[in-house]
Write a new protein. Structure first.
Length: 210
């Protein structure tokens, strides 16, 4: 575990401060293109567990932009073991260019968070709090994120989605593609969680953030 943490810390120090330049998008144009996204993520961007679609409303625009580009470029959604990522990739490909991606990110980030996510994962939040000590180095003590470390905010994300993504990182479904520097930064952190119980506990703790 110490070795994994050391590797992760090296990645953070080595590439964590490397910021990509994101142009400010036009939220009005993004709203017009959002109809495709609304089918799964909802008109209010709050997601739909039945469709395996996470909450996206209010997420940081720089992170939304990066992930949309990752889907478009095949860094996400191109692994046969990631059926829900594969479901998302063609949606991202409807955005014709960087400007369209920026516009979409601007609109989604401007959407208000209209309700709290319901807890669906059975985990021990107290145990999760202890494990979260490693996570807070980048994501902050209350999951607020940190752009300087390329870490998105976790508040508002559904616990089931957090569980899935942590498992994806551990299994190498995310964070192993060449060019996905920040996914590679995250993977060793996920690997500090020894088993499904530990993952559920962290997700349960993150779900307490407001």
């Amino acid at each position: 575990m110490k070795i994994i943490f050391a590797v992760g810390l090296t990645l953070i120090l080595g590439i964590g401060l490397a910021l990509n330049a994101y142009a400010a998008g036009d939220a009005t144009k993004g709203k017009a293109a959002y109809a495709v996204c609304a089918a799964c993520h909802g008109a209010n961007g709050m997601g739909n567990k039945a469709l395996n679609s996470p909450q996206i409303a209010g997420q940081e625009p720089w992170y939304l932009e990066r992930q949309l580009n990752n889907f478009k470029g095949g860094l996400r959604g191109a692994n046969a073991k990631d059926p829900y990522g594969m479901q998302m990739r063609p949606m991202a490909l409807t955005l014709a260019n960087d400007e369209a991606v920026s516009d979409m990110a601007a609109y989604v980030s401007s959407m208000p968070v209209s309700k709290s996510s319901e807890s669906t994962v059975k985990g021990d939040a107290t145990a999760g709090k202890a494990s979260y000590m490693i996570c807070q180095t980048c994501h902050g003590p209350k999951g607020g994120g940190n752009k300087a470390l390329n870490s998105p905010k976790l508040t508002g994300l559904q616990d089931w989605y957090i569980v899935r993504q942590l498992k994806n990182f551990k299994a190498g479904i995310r964070g192993t593609k060449s060019g996905d520097l920040f996914g590679m930064q995250m993977r060793p952190m996920a690997m500090t969680l020894a088993n499904d119980e530990a993952i559920n506990n962290v997700a349960a703790y993150i779900a307490t953030f407001k």
